[in-house]
Design a protein around this ligand. Structure first.
Ligand code: AMP
Length: 503
C-alpha cells in the first residue's frame, strides 16, 4: 500500500482496526438500526463513521470523520432511505488519517452499486492495486478496502454474485471481515483464517451482520452464530433469512487472541466465547501461574477489571503455592483502588510520550486508604510501551504502598501487529528487546509476571496454531516481508470448491 505520494507508510500505521455492520430488514428503513449498531461498536473505531443504504433504486451514503454521535444528525438518517445497508467505524491510526479512508467505501459501476465496510488488513493489496490500475481502474484512496471494491466490481461484470466474491477471495490475502451492500443485497464475508470477528444476528423483522454480538444485543436481536472462516453470508432481501456459501477452506484458523484480551467488548460473544468469561479465566490462570500473596489485588480500570476479578476469585480458593486455603484464610482482598476519569481518551493514541504520561495521571486517581501501608498487586491486560505500568507503580508507591506487584493477563507484546491492531512499532514496544526482569526494574515494580502463551490457547479452547499470536511470538500466520511465519503461508489455489446454500 502506498500513501498516495508513492512512499510506503509505516506498516503499523496503515492498520484498519474497525467495526463493521450490515442490516437487511423487511420494509423498515435500515438507517437507524445501523446507527445504533455503530454506537455499540464505537470502541472499535473513533476516527470516522459512515452508513451506506440502498432503497431498491438508488444508493445513499453518509460518511464523515468523527464519532458516531457527531457524524449523524436526524436529517442525515432521514436521507438514508432503504431497508438494506452497511455501516462502519474506523480506528484512529498513525497512517493516512483523512476522509479518503473513511468507510463504507461506495462505488457505482455498470452492473450496480457497492458499499464496502472492512475490518482487517490485506497483505497483498499492492499487487492487486497495480494490476487493476494497469487495467484502467482509478483509485481515490490509499486503503486496501478500495482494492477489494474494485476487484469485486470487475468480477461482478463477468460472474454472478457468489462466484464473483469467491474469485475476489481467491485473490486477496490477509485479514478481512467485510460487510458489503450490492444494491439492496447485504453480504458478510470473513477471511479463510477468521482473523477478525464477524457474526450473524436475527432481528424481529430481518437479519444483521456485525463485528461483535453486542451490536446485535443493542437491537434486541439474537446471536445466530459466528460467520465461519472462509464463508460468505447473503442476507435475503425480505429479511426472511440468509444463505451460506463456504467458499474457501483452510486447515488452520488465525483468530486474533488480542480481541479477547483487549479489543472486543466484554459483553460480546466471539467465536462462541463470551469475552468477559475469557478474561476472567485468563485472570484465574494468571493466579495459578504467578500468583503472589499480597494484602490487596486491584485492577487497572477498565482494561484489567475482568482479569483481576478472576485472579482474586482463584486466589480465594487456593494459595499462591496451589494449596487449598484454610477455612479461616480469606486470601487476597479485591479492591477498586484506582478510579478512572471516563472523559479522558485512550492514553495510547496521544502523540507524544510526555502527553501520554500526563494522560495516565489524568485518567487514573488512587484511593489512598485502600493502598497506604499495604502490599498491592495491580492487574492489567497488557503492557505495550510500559507508560501505564511505570506511572501506576510510581503512583501507588507515592500513596504509601509497601510493595507493588504487577500481573499481566496476556503474554509480553514483543512485535507489532500487521493485522489491524494499532499497537506501536517494534522500537516502541518495551518487551521487544527487554527481559521480564529488565522491564520489572524499568517500571520499578517489586515483581512482574505475564501470562504464558499456552495458557491463552488453553483458556480460549484453541490449539496455538489456530490463533494469531504474532504480537507475542514474533511469528505470524501471514506472509509479511521481513517477518517470520508460524505455518505454511504458500497461497493455495482456491480451486473449484462446492458451493451450497442453506438457511
Ligand atoms: P502502555 O501504557 O503503552 O504500556 O499500554 C498499556 C495500556 O494500554 C493497557 O492499559 C492496555 O489496556 C492499553 N492497550 C493495549 N493495547 C492497546 C491498543 N491497541 N490501543 C489502545 N490501548 C491499548
Amino acid at each position: 500500500m502506498t500513501d498516495g505520494r508513492g512512499e510506503t507508510p509505516r506498516r503499523t500505521g496503515m492498520t484498519e482496526k474497525c467495526g463493521v455492520v450490515g442490516v437487511s430488514l423487511n420494509g423498515r428503513d435500515a438507517a437507524r438500526p445501523l446507527y445504533y449498531a455503530l454506537y455499540a461498536l464505537q470502541h472499535r473505531g473513533q476516527e470516522s463513521a459512515g452508513i451506506v443504504t440502498h432503497d431498491g433504486f438508488q444508493q445513499h451514503s453518509h460518511v464523515e470523520m468523527g464519532l458516531v454521535g457527531d457524524v449523524f444528525e436526524e436529517d442525515d438518517l432521514d436521507m438514508l432511505n432503504g431497508a438494506a445497508g452497511v455501516g462502519h467505524v474506523r480506528y484512529p491510526t498513525a497512517g493516512s488519517v483523512d476522509s479518503c479512508c473513511a468507510q463504507p467505501f461506495s462505488v457505482s459501476f455498470k452492473s450496480g452499486s457497492l458499499g464496502l465496510s472492512h475490518n482487517g488488513n490485506l497483505v497483498n493489496a499492492d499487487e492487486i492495486r497495480e494490476e487493476l490500475a494497469a487495467a484502467g481502474h482509478a483509485f481515490t484512496s490509499d486503503g486496501d478496502t478500495e482494492v477489494i471494491a474494485h476487484d469485486l466490481a470487475r468480477n461482478l461484470l463477468e460472474e454472478d454474485l457468489v462466484r464473483a466474491v469467491k474469485r475476489t477471495m481467491g485473490r486477496i490475502h490477509g485479514s478481512y471481515s467485510l460487510t458489503i451492500s450490492h444494491d439492496d443485497t447485504i453480504l458478510g464475508v470473513r477471511d479463510p483464517q477468521g482473523n477478525r470477528p464477524l457474526c450473524i444476528g436475527k432481528l424481529e423483522d430481518g437479519y444483521m451482520l456485525a463485528s461483535e454480538s453486542a451490536a446485535i444485543d443493542t437491537l434486541d436481536g439474537e446471536l445466530v452464530r459466528d460467520v465461519k472462516p472462509g464463508e460468505l453470508i447473503v442476507l435475503q432481501e425480505d429479511g426472511a433469512g440468509f444463505d451460506s456459501y463456504q467458499l474457501v477452506e483452510e486447515e488452520h484458523t488465525a483468530h486474533c487472541f488480542f480481541e479477547h484480551v483487549y479489543f472486543a467488548r466484554p459483553d460480546s460473544v466471539i467465536d462462541e466465547t463470551l469475552v468477559y468469561e475469557a478474561r476472567r479465566n485468563l485472570g484465574r490462570k494468571l493466579w495459578e501461574e504467578s500468583g503472589v500473596e499480597t494484602d490487596v489485588v486491584m485492577p487497572v480500570p477498565d482494561s484489567g477489571r475482568a482479569f483481576a476479578s478472576g485472579y482474586a476469585d482463584a486466589a480465594s480458593e487456593t494459595t499462591a503455592d496451589g494449596e487449598p486455603r484454610d477455612a479461616d484464610d480469606d486470601g487476597v482482598e479485591f479492591a477498586e483502588g484506582l478510579m478512572k476519569n471516563r472523559y479522558v481518551g485512550r492514553t495510547f493514541i496521544m502523540p507524544t510520550q510526555d502527553e501520554r504520561e500526563r494522560a495516565v495521571r489524568l485518567k487514573l486517581n488512587p484511593i489512598k486508604s485502600t493502598i497506604e501501608g499495604k502490599t498491592v498487586t495491580v492487574i492489567d491486560d497488557s503492557i505495550v510501551r510500559g507508560t501505564t505500568s511505570t506511572q501506576l507503580v510510581q503512583l501507588l508507591k507515592d500513596c504509601g504502598a509497601e510493595e507493588v506487584h504487577v500481573r499481566i493477563g496476556a503474554p509480553a507484546i514483543v512485535a507489532p501487529c500487521y493485522m489491524g491492531i494499532d499497537m506501536a512499532t517494534r522500537e516502541e514496544l518495551i518487551a521487544s528487546d527487554k527481559s521480564t526482569a529488565e522491564i520489572r526494574d524499568e517500571i520499578s515494580a517489586d515483581s512482574l509476571a505475564y501470562l504464558s502463551t499456552d495458557a491463552v490457547a488453553e483458556v480460549l479452547g484453541k490449539e496455538r496454531i489456530d490463533l494469531c499470536l504474532g504480537c507475542v511470538t514474533g511469528e505470524y500466520p501471514y506472509d509479511i516481508e521481513g517477518e517470520e511465519t508460524d505455518r505454511d503461508v504458500s497461497r493455495p489455489e482456491v480451486g473449484e470448491q462446492a458451493i451450497h446454500a442453506d438457511d
